[in-house]
Design a protein around this ligand. Structure first.
Ligand SMILES: Cc1cc2nc3c(=O)[nH]c(=O)nc-3n(C[C@H](O)[C@H](O)[C@H](O)COP(=O)(O)OP(=O)(O)OC[C@H]3O[C@@H](n4cnc5c(N)ncnc54)[C@H](O)[C@@H]3O)c2cc1C
Ligand code: FES
Ligand code: FES
Length: 1352
């Protein structure tokens, strides 16, 4: 303690000496030298451009491409690195996980950066953090993996024995779109002390992993193989950063547009602020970075105050704890936590609320750098801290060169949207967070679309203080975010309630006052008006109950306090996550299987070590080519308009710009299929590509693209399905599928129900955005392109068409994709054709990796669907007739939407046999970017409609849900509505096993009992089946090719038509080849997919790539085996290498092709009758959820899946696909919402606004079982396709939520049917849970206002 004081005094002395130099010396000596370390190597940079971030520097300047760019806005974590600093005060080294994409390089002076390359490699050795994620099957496409590795690595550098909760927490800021997180969490659970168990799941009794029948099933990985974590092996912190005295000088970096000044003293800072009043202060750059990158703001002077003692101070005062404005949120959290542990509870009410709010504030990477001052001064209306600071009465100290003032933070602090009372010359010095006294209570609430790493929809801080010894309100502050353009206080309500007792009457009065005080215009930005208004009341209701509870505890017997009904208690509880528990069950291989035969084994993804070390190369990781240039797109800002003029002049004058290209530069056809490469005269969606800028650097190209001026003459757009129906705007004639006699069917029905549903679109959100590098070869129109595409052949032929050359001049190469999910099937050509034109025009290599916002804007996603149904059923629950009309929003081009609609119609009965049916599908033509393939390809939308009408029957008939579903399921020999005879129908097997493994009946009872005991929390349970047809429905696509070379050393190079995008296709294909050839997988290599090796390939899609390419490979390998047979016969005890060598010497070809076409398909596309599918994949899932009826929040408690994958080629990869698809479906049905303005502008253009599931969203208990003993005679080695089929199983979560809402409504006496559109977001859940609060906030009459967003 004494040591620390002496150190503090020493530091203060140093500071005082510096400060005593006074204002006359306000500018200290200057330096433009930036010193830091990267992976132990010292870096000294002069004249750093302040706009350069660490990520770009690592990737471009140092070639450290392991750190990935997923979003550029701090929202995905794929750029996570560790930054270490020496803390002189505590004489210790601090390690922090940081988003490199937001870290200005200038801010790194005297820090040590560790990237994924710095901790291990395949050439040396893997770090345990890398090894465990790889061996536990925690990487699929691998694009997120380096970021995840670095987050967990940093955690372990700070804490060698983390709990499972800490591991889950540390991943709050890391997104993975492929895995579904389970494998990552399970791999890393081995670092916890309770690693042999589910991480503390014992509390869940028989759900604990130890209680599961694991012994029946082999394990996916063997944790005893893992290298131990040895902290002594970690790289050391560079001693010179801790020891040496670098000169204390002001750092000044001047760039092309921005100057960065890092002053050393407060006086210096204040002088600079006086000199540059418009200068921005930057600490974490988590606001300013976003503004500059995405909001087109330019701040010519940036002041970095993070080293000024007055701004980093932490001090206990009489009133509370004072934090310098540059203190990071992590630091504040640590200090407050300590205070809460040490001080009596009544003093730390505010601290605990701040801690609770920080728990849900972004992820660690942001909290580690973001400063409290930045949060306050941004003055965002949805700041998570400002409502708490206002309600608790925090004091702020503010200074300018002229004066220092202390002010109370109240609503008047905010003078308008993102404005405060501070003058431009003033800076915020500190904020003092107050203690509370006895009889004073404080709570914070926040509701966001997603619980983790999301900004609030509404949040608030609430404080009440009572007259001593009473429950009479003496002081009351209710401060809200999300209820106006600033943080707002409900002043009138608070004033009115003073002097009142804390009783039901006060609650009622408060609610009606709040409802009239906190109003929102129906067209307010952000939308969700009814939800936001209701939340403001719900939060108060929760506060009221919590305070009652505390009054009861603190003043028991001193004065009477209203009691809380026991069924209300759960409304007062804070969210807590149940301990995770995961079980995977699958069949092992037979004991007599040959040791080298890996088919059926859980072989890790062959690239997994490279994923984990950052060595895996993606398109944009390719080294730069000589004379390479960058490209940025110029896109339309109007949904439908005539282009009046395009003026690239201002852009062409900017630094580094080479040229602008547009329609007139296309040498061949400007039309690909039914859309343009560059808009020609008319734009048909916001995001329509008009042109592109080519420049020397990415930054120059992006800046210049924004400077191209386009003027428009607006035309009326059609945005929504409703508008398309009204204007009869369709791409094609309606698609019809019919069977039986619909009229007669309805006559047999005991009851008929009609209804409708809507399911929103979905963004693919592959972590790697669309990327292309095009290299013109200079001869005869040759061009080589590296493309992140699922369709190399389609890219090749369209690029040839656009360039006007024969297809044989174009080579498209794909090493791997950072995720595709259908988004890179046809849409990758919208970028690759543009890049090809630029390469043609400039004769230079051209690169473009779309920024996340542009990718989301231009590339479309899953088709939103609207469905109307009329369904007739009998008393037994048997369905006799269904009449359906489906509409999908295809956007401005047809793309694949007709096939998507066709598949939706094929799947419109899900697993149910309907004797009389009619389905009609309309493909709506709208002014949105073209929608396209997405995992499931219309199947999930069709099945969702089926389950919607199934649910309607269940609600109306009162029959048990599981019974109605089962009674209607397909049986062997049934004929589908498209005329295919059902064979090997495994759905009942999956269903029965799922009913059993989920203990459905007992859990149904337990859920009903829970609901009887809880008024404001309700649970729901649903079991949902799925059946997915395997084959491309366009028959000609059901073909595949392979090329296999054996080299003279016996090594084998395998090539086939499929692309590796994380699904493990290459791994499976190597397993197949290894089995056929009889050699270990280590002797077989797949380098890439290329149009020059296997031509005319089908897209890697429709889940059938393993089936088809596997068969093609098998054939090629069999041909080679036959050629080797004579040599084996001559030398039966010889080795593979010897046989190969003999064959070579005998001039036998060691190269063979294989070709496969799916047999038995017999389809008539005109009347949609025939055998469209090779076979079906089946599955069933049972999910349980808990909803918070007051906030619309929900928890995924448990999911049990049984999936039929035939005889698995690789159980680890198959289970990974099941979990990944399920989690993506969970996003589709509960979280992910694309929001469009009525004019067709997409608001949701990044992870900040579009929320995919995080690790915290997966079910706490997540069990996956692969159906046993169900070999599939129709596919390679009896396996089944698995990529798409499990996605729909996540609908079980949607219907469990619906089940819970039914219970919530019933508790309030509301029994009539209701419509719940997908996704079941918090606002839809809350609005459906009708109660007095929702009634106080009715929605505005539709048609009386222009909404902020529309359902498309
Ligand atoms: C991925 C992501 C997630 C986020 N999640 C949340 C969330 O959950 N909740 C939430 O509330 N916010 C969130 N934010 C917003 C942001 O992180 C916070 O507002 C953060 O506190 C800003 O701090 P900073 O140091 O990074 O600010 P900076 O970007 O460095 O600065 C922000 C602004 O504050 C001004 N400023 C900073 N310090 C001072 C000072 N001392 N005096 C005067 N002006 C000053 C700057 O001039 C600038 O205008 C998120 C941001 C990102 C990128
Ligand atoms: S790229 Fe940095 S967080 Fe996404
Ligand atoms: S493996 Fe995580 S995004 Fe692909």
């Amino acid at each position: 303690m004494r040591d620390r004081q002496t150190r503090l005094q020493r530091l203060q002395g140093k500071i005082a000496r510096r400060m005593s130099h006074g204002i006359e010396n306000s500018m200290m000596s200057q330096s433009n030298e930036l010193v830091f370390f990267v992976n132990g190597h010292k870096v000294v940079e002069r004249n750093v451009d302040p706009e350069l971030n660490l990520l770009t520097y690592l990737r471009r300047n140092l070639g450290l491409i392991g750190t990935k760019l997923g979003c550029g806005e701090g929202g995905c974590g794929s750029c996570t690195v560790m930054i270490s600093k020496y803390n002189a005060l505590h004489e210790k080294i601090v390690h922090m996980a940081v988003n490199a994409c937001l870290a200005p390089l200038c801010s790194l002076h005297l820090t040590a950066v560790t990237t994924v390359e710095g901790i291990g490699s395949t050439a040396t050795q893997l770090h345990p953090v890398q090894e465990r994620i790889a061996k536990a099957h925690g990487s699929q496409c691998g694009f997120c993996t380096p970021g995840i590795v670095m987050s967990v690595y940093t955690l372990l550098r700070n804490n060698l024995n983390p709990t499972m909760e800490e591991i889950e927490d540390t991943l709050q800021g890391n997104l993975c779109r492929c895995t579904g997180y389970r494998a990552i969490l399970e791999g890393y659970s081995t670092f916890t002390q309770s690693s042999s168990c589910c991480g503390g799941g014992g509390g869940r009794g028989k759900n604990c992993c130890k209680e599961q029948p694991r012994e029946k099933s082999p394990k996916l990985f063997e944790s005893s193989d893992f290298k131990p974590l040895d902290p002594t092996q970690e790289p050391i912190f560079p001693p010179e950063l801790a020891l040496s005295e670098y000169p204390q000088s002001t750092l000044v970096f001047k760039g092309e547009r921005v100057t960065w000044i890092q002053p050393q003293t407060l006086n210096e800072l204040l002088a600079l602020k006086a000199q540059h009043p418009d200068a921005k202060l930057v600490v974490g750059n988590t606001e300013v970075g976003i503004e500059m990158k995405f909001k087109n703001m330019l701040y010519p002077v940036i002041l970095a105050p993070a080293h000024i003692p007055e701004l980093t101070v932490t001090q206990s005062t009489d009133r509370g704890i004072l934090f310098g404005a540059a203190c990071t949120l992590t630091h504040i959290g640590n200090v407050l936590k300590k205070a809460v542990d040490e001080l009596p509870g009544y003093r730390t009410e505010v601290f605990r609320a701040v801690l609770e709010q920080l728990r849900w504030f972004a992820g660690w990477q942001i909290r580690n750098v973001a400063a409290v001052g930045g949060n306050i001064m941004t003055a965002s209306p949805i700041s998570d801290l400002n409502p708490l600071f206002v309600a608790s009465g925090c004091q702020l100290t503010v200074a300018s060169q002229e004066s220092t003032r202390v002010m109370q933070m109240d609503q008047d602090f905010f003078t308008g949207y993102r404005k405060t009372v501070l003058s431009p010359q003033e800076v915020l010095l500190s904020v003092e967070i107050p203690y509370t006294r006895k009889g004073e209570y404080f709570s914070a609430f926040k509701q966001a679309q997603r619980r983790e790493d999301d900004v609030a929809i509404v949040n608030c801080g609430m404080r009440v203080a009572f007259k001593e010894g009473t429950d009479i309100v003496e002081e009351l502050e209710l401060s809200y975010g999300g209820m106006g353009p600033t943080t707002v206080s409900a002043k009138k309500t608070c004033q009115d309630l003073l002097g009142k007792q804390w009783t039901k009457e006060l609650l009622q009065r408060a609610c009606s006052l709040l409802a009239s005080e906190l109003t929102l215009l129906p067209s307010v930005p952000g939308g969700m008006v009814q939800f936001r208004r209701t939340l403001s009341l719900s939060f108060f209701f929760k506060f009221y109950l919590r305070v009652l509870q505390k009054l009861g505890q603190d003043f028991k017997g001193e004065f009477p306090v209203e009691s809380i009904p026991p069924e209300y208690i759960s409304a007062t509880e804070l969210f807590h996550k149940d301990p995770a528990s995961f079980v995977q069950l699958f069949q092992g291989v037979l004991p007599d299987q040959m040791p080298w035969d890996t088919v059926g084994h859980s072989l890790p993804h062959l690239s997994s070590f490279k994923h984990a070390t950052g060595e895996a190369i993606y398109c944009n990781d390719l080294p730069r080519f000589e004379k390479e240039l960058y490209l940025a797109l110029v896109t339309s800002t109007e949904a439908h308009a005539q282009i009046s003029s395009i003026d690239a002049g201002p852009a062409l004058k900017l630094a580094g710009v080479t040229c602008f290209i547009s329609a007139e530069d296309v040498p061949g056809s400007n039309m690909t299929q039914d859309e343009t490469v560059f808009a020609d005269g008319v734009v048909t969606c916001v995001g329509h590509i008009i042109g592109a800028i080519v420049a020397d650097t990415e930054a120059h190209a992006q800046i210049a693209a924004k400077a191209v001026k386009v003027t428009y003459q607006k035309l009326k757009p059609i945005i929504t399905i409703q508008e398309a129906i009204m204007h009869e705007s369709y791409h094609t004639a309606p698609v019809k599928m019919e069977n039986g006699n619909i009229e007669q069917g309805f006559e047999q029905a005991d009851d008929i129900i009609e209804g409708e549903m809507h399911i929103g679109g979905q963004e693919h959100f592959y972590l790697e955005t669309h990327s292309t590098v095009a290299v013109p070869k200079g001869e005869e129109g040759e061009m080589e392109l590296f493309i992140s595409t699922q369709s190399p052949s389609q890219s090749q032929s369209l690029i040839a068409k656009v360039l006007g050359v024969p297809t044989n001049r174009i080579v498209c190469r794909v090493k791997r994709l950072g995720g595709g999910f259908g988004g890179k099937e046809s849409r990758s050509t919208i970028l690759s054709t543009v890049v090809a034109v630029a390469a043609y025009k400039t004769k230079c290599p051209i690169r473009c990796a779309l920024t996340r916002d542009v990718d989301m804007l231009v590339s479309g996603g899953r088709n939103p669907f609207q469905g109307r149904y009329k369904v007739g059923y009998q008393k037994s629950g048997k369905i006799v007739a269904v009449d359906l009309t489906l509409y999908c929003n295809a956007g401005n081009s047809l793309d694949l939407s007709a096939s998507v609609m066709q598949r939706a119609l094929f799947h419109m009965t899900n697993t149910y046999y309907v004797p009389n049916i009619r389905g009609t599908g309309y493909v709506c033509k709208t002014n949105l970017p073209s929608n396209t393939a997405f995992r499931g390809f219309g199947g999930p939308q069709g099945m969702f409609l089926a389950e919607s009408w199934m649910d309607a029957i269940i609600q109306k008939s009162g029959l048990p849900a599981h019974q109605v579903r089962k009674v209607n399921m397909y049986q062997e020999g049934n004929i589908t509505h498209y005329g295919q005879t059902m064979e090997d129908v495994n759905i009942r097997k999956c269903w029965d096993e799922c009913m059993d493994s989920s203990s459905y009946y007992s859990r149904r009872k337990a859920v009903d009992e829970f609901n009887r005991q809880h008024r404001w929390k309700k649970r729901g349970l649903a079991i949902i089946p799925t059946m997915f047809g395997i084959s491309f429905t366009a028959t000609f696509l059901n073909q595949a090719g392979a090329l296999v070379h054996i080299y003279t050393d016996g090594s084998v190079l395998l090539t086939h038509g499929g692309t590796e995008m994380g699904q493990g296709l290459h791994t499976r294909m190597v397993q197949v080849a290894s089995k056929v050839l009889g050699i270990p997988v280590s002797q077989i290599y797949i380098c890439e997919t290329s149009t020059s090796t296997v031509p005319n390939t089908s897209p890697t899609a429709a889940s059938s790539s393993s089936d088809m390419n596997g068969m093609a490979i098998k054939k090629a390998c069999q041909t080679l085996l036959e050629r080797l047979e004579p040599f084996k016969a001559v030398n039966p005890t010889g080795t593979w290498e010897q046989w190969v060598s003999m064959a070579y010497m005998e001039r036998v070809s060691l190269s063979a092709t294989g070709f496969y076409k799916t047999p038995g398909l017999n389809c008539n596309s005109k009347d949609h009758k025939g055998t469209f599918f090779n076979y079906f994949s089946y599955g069933a899932a049972c999910s349980e959820v808990e909803i918070d009826c007051l906030t619309g929040d929900h928890k995924n408690l448990r999911t049990d899946i049984v999936m039929d994958v035939g005889q698995s080629l690789n159980p680890a990869l198959d289970i990974g696909q099941v979990e990944g698809a399920f989690t993506q479906g969970l996003g589709l049905f509960t979280l992910e919402e694309l929001r469009y303005s009525p004019d067709g502008v997409l608001y949701t253009r990044g992870p900040g606004t579009y929320k995919i599931p995080t690790a915290g969203d997966i079910p706490a208990v997540f069990n996956v079982s692969l159906l046993r003993d169900s070999p599939n005679k129709k596919a390679i080695y009896s396996s089944k396709a698995v990529g798409e089929p499990p996605l729909f199983l996540a609908a079980s979560i949607f219907f469990a939520i619906r089940d819970a809402i039914v219970a919530a409504r019933a508790a309030f006496g509301v029994m009539e049917p209701f419509c719940l559109h997908s996704p079941a977001t918090p606002d839809r859940i809350r609005n459906a849970c009708v109660d007095p609060m929702t009634e106080m906030c009715p929605p505005a009459e539709p048609g009386t206002f222009t909404p902020w967003n529309v359902e498309v």
